[in-house]
Design a protein around this ligand. Structure first.
Ligand code: 5MY
Ligand code: ADP
Length: 447
């Protein structure tokens, strides 16, 4: 399995203007060309792109039966030379525990969540990846402890992943020396100051692309409150500036649960933790088979902070409806969530083996007559892609209803608190992230 190297393109690289008026931002000139068309995506202010080069990892350093988690978008690597961080095996990820204090805090928290009878900690347990203990592994003759967690991207064919670090303040009360505090304060300054969160890394499969586009922390450090919105839309595969509604609703459902927990909990101070946003671009493509313009649109006259029925929120065809846990009622404190009120049977999770939209679209395409406007190469490629999806569907017995979610991760700087107050630093970041997603949702209503 190869390792991904991420190269930055300096912001000074001028977009090349093409005849159709779209600016194409190309990656480093010595790299195989990876570019994306920023104007086409309505992403005007992204000033530099990154590309991914696959390199051979030192296979001898990787314990047998394991693979490098090439999907890792942020965080530490074991050492500068082997260059890999997390490993994966059998639907689990293995996070190297490299710093003693950080390791102790993180493992202790996961153990505590397993054992706790405290209401908010029980609630938190559902918001983090499932914990599978720890294990020692030999890496280049050195024994390293690993934390074992559920792989949140396990079933995804085209995993899109964004690491969102939460909190204006990212240093913990025991941070020393002073220089470290200063350097933390300087990083992701604009984003943290204005939004209380920042983006240390993400990857996205643009619809139809075979390779992910990766964006690292140097990219994240340059984002501000405006450009981070564009980065988020790029991550969400927005089309003409609009995001896919079922995708937003799945993220919001998960984020509202985190918000509910963060509002209620008093026990923890969550410094420098992240929310990992994950979705499968392959499943998103299924929602794009129908032209967006033909979808029924919701004319919304009221703000999201007024009562809004679930029927309105889920105003789309039956196949697109997703279980959000949203009760249909909004209060000034946010949405009221409900516990699942029915037992989901495996049969109901099983879907028809074919994707009607894909077939319909293919049949429709066959009926087209040749003209100079018709790009048959593109059509054939598109049809091939669709048939591949259908084949995948046929091979895959069950298909999860949920193909996007958000989970809390990285508890290396979590402390217990004696205060009676909420963790405002954490809550502020979560609230602003949710506000951004709610804004995107509102944009899907605009005609
Ligand atoms: O490992 P490094 O040198 O990349 O530094 C890490 C930082 O990366 P950066 O300063 O952006 O290059 C990293 O910063 P970001 O992930 O970029 O926010 C953390 O500050 C990390 O500290 P910790 O593991 O959370 O205690 C930092 O780790 P330590 O310096 O505490 O080991
Ligand atoms: N449970 C998980 N499933 C899938 N990917 C994960 C999981 N946990 C972490 N990752 C990946 O690893 C990265 C780093 O994780 P994190 O816990 O923040 O490590 P670090 O403490 O080194 O910063 C995340 O940005 C994500 O890409």
């Amino acid at each position: 399995m190869g390792k991904f190297e991420i190269q930055s393109v300096p912001p000074t690289v001028k977009p090349k203007r093409e005849e159709n008026g779209c600016a194409t931002i190309c990656a480093h000139s010595t790299c195989k060309s990876v570019h994306y068309n920023s104007l086409e995506n309505g992403l005007r202010n992204l000033t530099f792109a990154h590309r991914v080069i696959e390199e051979e990892s030192d296979q001898s350093a990787i314990p047998s039966g394991m693979e490098v988690l090439t999907n890792q978008v942020a965080g530490h690597v074991i050492d500068g030379t082997s260059g890999f961080g997390m490993l994966k095996k059998d639907g689990l990820v293995f996070k190297p525990l490299l710093k003693k204090d950080c390791a102790e805090r993180e493992v202790k928290l996961y153990e505590r969540l397993e054992a706790s009878v405290d209401r908010s900690l029980i609630e938190m347990r559902r918001l983090v990846p499932k914990y599978h203990g720890t294990q020692k592994l030999q890496i280049k003759g050195k024994e390293i402890d690993f934390l074992i967690l559920e792989d949140l991207t396990r079933d995804f064919k085209e995993p899109c992943i964004m690491d969102v670090k939460i909190g204006r303040r990212t240093w913990d009360p025991h941070t020393a020396p002073y220089d470290k505090i200063v350097s933390e304060e300087r990083k992701y300054q604009a984003c943290k100051r204005d939004l209380g969160f920042c983006v240390p890394g993400f990857q996205v499969y643009k619809l139809g692309d075979q390779q992910p586009l990766k964006f690292d922390k140097e990219y994240g450090k340059r984002l501000d409150k405006d450009t981070v919105r564009e980065a988020m839309k790029l991550f969400l595969n927005a089309s003409r500036g609009r995001c896919c509604r079922p995708l937003l609703m799945q993220f919001l459902a998960a984020l509202w649960q985190i918000q509910h927990f963060a509002r209620a909990q008093r026990r923890l101070r969550l410094y420098s933790t992240s929310i990992l946003l994950v979705y499968d671009a392959r499943r998103l493509r299924e929602h794009h088979f129908e032209p967006i313009d033909n979808k029924p649109t919701l004319i919304r006259h009221r703000s999201l902070y007024r009562p809004l029925s679930l029927a309105q929120l889920n105003n789309c065809c039956a196949e697109e409806r997703v279980p959000t846990g949203f009760s249909g009622q909004q209060t000034s404190d946010g949405p009221i969530l409900k516990a699942p009120n029915r037992i989901v049977h495996m049969d109901s999770l099983r879907q028809a083996p074919t994707n009607r939209n894909a077939w319909q679209k293919s049949i429709h395409a066959l009926k087209r007559t040749h003209s100079f406007q018709n790009d048959y190469d593109k059509d054939v490629q598109h049809k091939k892609d669709n048939y591949n999806l259908i084949l995948d569907d046929l091979c895959c017995e069950t298909k999860s209803e949920v193909w996007a979610t958000a989970k809390m991760i990285d508890f290396a700087h979590v402390y217990t608190s004696d205060s009676a107050d909420a963790d405002k630093n954490y809550l502020e970041g979560v609230n602003n992230l949710i506000k951004m997603f709610e804004d995107f949702l509102a944009e899907t209503d605009e005609s």
